[in-house]
Design a protein around this ligand. Structure first.
Ligand SMILES: Nc1ncnc2c1ncn2[C@@H]1O[C@H](COP(=O)(O)OP(=O)(O)OP(=O)(O)O)[C@@H](O)[C@H]1O
Length: 254
């Protein structure tokens, strides 16, 4: 059974323009799926509709057998503990330490007061260190996040998402601010750890070659519509042209 089912999804921010148009798709447990498409295609909007960071106007989203659109505030908060997010600009608290930022991923499980006081169990702290170790940054645990490189900060962002014990991780252009070396490290880690933990991953990407290298499946968005959906090896030059409206792959990657 699909972990995520999207039916007839539509989103407009203003009355004169539809950003997402009749999006239909299913994501199965354990899949690694990339969404590609030109700037403004609606990739971020789509990702944000899934956990209702952005409210959608039309259609239905079913996550983990729950009708996302019908959840009240409290139910939504509970559902969001099952969905981790990784952002382009990491969204860490720069003046806090690495370990504190990772533990923030447990916020959804805490009362407001526990969260404010930073009350975490020994088990949670141990898990945070385990994840930092898996991502190769345990030696930085007590450094302030703003002392780390971009690639290291993104690894903290991934640890923070994973400590939630999510069923799904949504990654919104996780390597857009990184150089090619750091990008490879991040994608390798993301793929390896989500595979190891059996976590489903939905990733917005600008780089077609990266999507092809890491994904089980690729979804191509153009002007708010799905214009391609298939296994990575099915993405031909012609399909890429259709997604981006360009003639060569070089133009897209540049
Ligand atoms: N909060 C908002 N209010 C109004 N319009 C918005 C808002 N957020 C996004 N948009 C518009 O929606 C369209 C799609 O934006 P979105 O960020 O989802 O695209 P994208 O494919 O992720 O683009 P990029 O790759 O550049 O991040 C754009 O035209 C954008 O200007």
């Amino acid at each position: 059974m699909a972990l995520l089912k999207v039916e007839g999804l539509g989103k407009s921010y203003t009355s004169d323009k539809k950003i997402l148009k009749n999006i239909n798709l299913e994501i199965n447990p354990g899949e690694f799926v990339s969404i590609i498409g030109p700037s403004g295609a609606g990739k971020s909007t789509f990702l944000r509709c899934i956990n209702r960071m952005v409210e959608f106007n039309e259609g239905k989203i079913t996550f983990n057998q729950q009708d996302v659109g019908s959840l009240n505030k409290r139910e939504l908060r509970r559902m969001r503990t099952n969905i981790g997010m990784v952002f382009q600009h990491y969204n860490l608290v720069p003046r806090l330490t690495v370990i504190e930022n990772v533990l923030h991923g447990r916020f959804g499980y805490k009362t407001t007061m526990q969260g404010i006081l930073g009350r975490y169990t020994e088990e949670e702290k141990e898990r945070a260190f385990e994840l930092l170790e898996k991502l190769g940054i345990q030696e930085h645990a007590y450094k302030r996040c703003d002392q780390l490189s971009g690639g290291q900060q993104q690894r903290v962002g991934i640890c923070r998402a994973l400590i939630q014990e999510p069923k799904l991780v949504l990654c919104d252009e996780p390597i857009a601010s990184l150089d090619p070396n750091s990008s490879k490290i991040i994608m390798d880690h993301l793929k390896a750890i989500t595979t190891e933990l059996g976590i489903t991953c939905l990733v917005n990407l600008h780089q077609v070659d990266v999507a092809q290298n890491y994904s089980d499946r690729i979804i191509g968005l153009n002007q708010g519509e799905i214009v391609f959906e298939g296994a990575s090896h099915q993405l031909s030059e012609e399909q890429i042209h259709k997604i981006y409206g360009t003639k060569t792959k070089e133009l897209i990657i540049a």
